[in-house]
Design a protein around this ligand. Structure first.
Ligand code: ASP
Length: 447
């Protein structure tokens, strides 16, 4: 027990250093990328060479290492979470609370975004020549997204049936997170139903799988400072700043809405419902937030989120291991803000006036598709294309915002992961299993 605690403390100390290194990597990548972009231009042979032979491989290896362990991690942590909660009624209650919280905060986020985009109206003044230029420049990317959207089909009853996976191994191979989560839930539930003596060897095995996976995460995270530098350099060095300048007010609206939600809505929830200082919450989770920002993927950030919740905030693993995997695919506050704003922005660009009733439909669709989107880079775009058609905006219009998507994706994913972590804190608090005084004291900053 003591040695486990010591290991944890060592991990925290190491984590502190790593956090700083990752942050430094982020700043270095951004500075070098912007320098290369402004001094040489995104298409300069040297910039292209560095991107192709250095930044891209390093970034991809880092991402692949994280993705490699996501499925076993989700399976082990969900099954152990459910088995650890013991009683199935309790599992149902925790699940209901988590999903209720996901829905409420995603709705609040979408409404915040919609209010802002309707006040500022960034789409009304867009020059028609810029519109056609952007649509031509990103036509190819847009058509891939349109076919992805058609392949994804409509969001309906099939989506719910699809959660009950026919083959958990295939779900894992296809990156179908909900299928793996469902199988993990069934597995954990079954472990509570069979005699304890029979369940024990399997629980031991899952615990050891969990430890092995966490240890692989540790190895992958050693590469994080370089991976993050490479990923950020890739984005900033090739970014079409000039072409995208006219979209400045759209970007600003999305970023302001994300900031408003994180800094105001979430802070109020944290302070008054969770009972924890938002500043402490932010400081203890920032390594997960930086990972989310640099990978643009809630799934890739899941290992870092689990470690931030358990080691940084002291949330019990049964709750963190259950709520965070669910949240990484179902709770996307930032995505719902982005989707709502983008739909309204493109309606404004195409001169489509929406009634109040249609605005309400936009909110509902933004929430629903944010729940349905995969936690991978650009995971929400195919679903967004599907919503556009409902309001008479051609799917091809997505090309207008495609060039910007990486920057916006990084920012919205950070808010998504912030929301997931707050959900774990909320559920743990409301179950009476955790409170602010349980945040590990050793490097707890003053409020
Ligand atoms: N990249 C986002 C995430 O992983 C999903 C999206 O909005 O595209 O959370």
């Amino acid at each position: 027990m003591e040695s486990k605690m010591k290991k944890q403390t060592d991990h925290n100390n190491k984590g502190m250093q790593l956090r700083t290194k990752i942050l430094l990597g982020l700043l270095t990548g951004a500075a070098l990328g912007i320098l290369a972009n402004t001094q040489l231009g995104g298409k300069h042979p040297l910039v292209e060479w560095v991107n192709h032979f250095v930044a891209w491989p390093v970034g991809q290896i880092f991402l692949r290492l994280l993705f490699m362990i996501v499925m076993p991690l989700v399976f082990a942590s969900i099954s152990l979470g459910v088995a650890g909660l013991g009683d199935l009624r309790r599992v149902g209650r925790v699940g209901t609370k988590a999903i209720g919280y996901f829905l409420a905060t995603t709705f609040l986020a979408a409404a915040t975004g919609l209010a802002l985009v309707n006040i500022i109206k960034p789409g009304s003044g867009l020059d028609p020549s810029v519109k056609s230029e952007l649509m031509a420049a990103y036509a190819r990317d847009a058509s891939t997204k349109i076919s992805d959207s058609q392949a994804a089909g409509n969001f309906g009853i099939e989506t719910f049936i699809g959660i009950v996976t026919r083959n958990p191994v295939k779900s894992a191979a296809d990156g179908d997170m909900l299928g793996v989560i469902f199988f993990g839930l069934m597995f954990g539930a079954a472990l509570t139903l069979i005699p304890a003596a029979r369940a024990k060897p399997m629980i031991d095995l899952l615990e050891s799988l969990n430890d092995v996976v966490i240890s692989i995460v540790g190895m992958a995270m050693k590469l994080a400072p370089f991976g993050v530098t490479a990923l950020i350099f890739g984005v900033t060095s090739r970014f079409g700043f000039a072409l995208l300048l006219p979209l400045g007010s759209f970007v600003l609206v999305v970023l302001c809405a994300l900031l408003l939600h994180a800094a105001v809505n979430m802070s109020l929830i944290l302070r008054f419902i969770v009972g924890l200082s938002p500043k402490i919450f932010f400081l203890r989770t920032r390594s997960a937030l930086v990972t989310a920002f640099s990978t643009s993927s809630s799934s890739a950030a899941l290992p870092a989120a689990l470690s931030a919740a358990e080691q940084g905030l002291g949330i019990p693993p049964q709750i963190a291991g259950f709520v965070l995997p669910l949240g990484s695919t179902m709770c996307m506050n930032g995505t719902s803000i982005f989707e709502g704003i983008t739909v309204i922005f493109l309606c404004q660009v195409f001169g489509i006036n929406l009634t109040l009733g249609q605005m309400a439909v936009v909110i509902v669709m933004a929430v629903t598709t944010a729940i349905g989107a995969a936690g991978v880079p650009g995971g929400s775009i195919p679903l967004l294309v599907g919503i556009l058609a409902m309001f008479g905006v051609p799917g091809e219009a997505i090309a207008i915002v495609m060039g910007l998507d990486r920057i916006l994706d990084m920012s919205r994913t950070t808010v998504n992961v912030y929301g997931d972590l707050s959900a774990a804190a909320y559920v743990a608090k409301s179950e009476g299993m955790w409170n602010a005084s349980m945040v590990p004291p050793e490097d707890r900053p003053a409020a």
